[in-house]
Design a protein around this ligand. Sequence first.
Ligand code: HEC
Ligand code: HEC
Length: 171
Amino acid sequence: MCAATRSNLLISLLVCFKLSIATCVVAETIDPHRLYEDRCSGCHAAHAGDFVYGSIDYSSGGGIGRKTSKRLHEFLTEGHGGLSARQIDALLDLFLGIHARGRVFRDKCRVCHDRAAELARSRLIIRNGRLMGRYSGRDIEDFLSHHGRLEGEEVEMMTQTLEGHFRATMH
Ligand code: HEC
Ligand code: HEC
């Protein structure tokens, strides 16, 4: 674990030196998308986004399974999926993020654009590490700061969402 994090993150390296081995293991980063794909997608939707939209209801605050009416956090803590507490937290953050981004798109974009994934696939491209309009040549983050009535952090969040969709189409 130490070696793996050390090559990636200077911060982790410092943590490794300063604190115990146990803390070093804890400092290992979890990739929640991969976690979902490794541990959940065998029985559920292939991608976390589809699982969140299809199976989790956030209308009452915390997530609840649509079929089972089980509270997500409790259900996983009780052992469904066999995850550690940290893995559960990482996955629940991912799910909540997906839900929040989906809501912004639905509220502010869907009247004019059908689906975020379709928009990304048909209109966008990554050039020099930046998300750009495939035909317009626009820098999308700049464009979104005055398009679609996004506010504050929503601009960066939506840019990342569209970029994520674009990258997913390249697989
Ligand atoms: C071996 C198969 C299997 C694996 C692996 C699995 N699940 Fe499930 N899960 C089920 C079954 C079966 C149900 C019962 C409801 C259903 O049929 O969809 C369920 C239900 C759920 C529900 C409630 C859904 C609802 O609509 O009420 C959630 C949330 C859930 N699983 C999350 C997860 C997560 C997160 C993971 C990965 C950490 C995971 N599951 C891994 C089989 C699995
Ligand atoms: C009132 C209708 C409307 C709404 C609401 C809207 N858009 Fe658009 N959007 C358009 C139109 C029309 C274009 C094409 C404009 C152009 O290329 O000059 C466009 C273009 C885009 C492009 C492509 C830019 C390019 O350079 O090819 C992106 C990305 C985009 N919109 C994202 C969004 C997002 C994200 C939201 C929600 C926050 C949103 N739009 C809300 C009408 C809308």
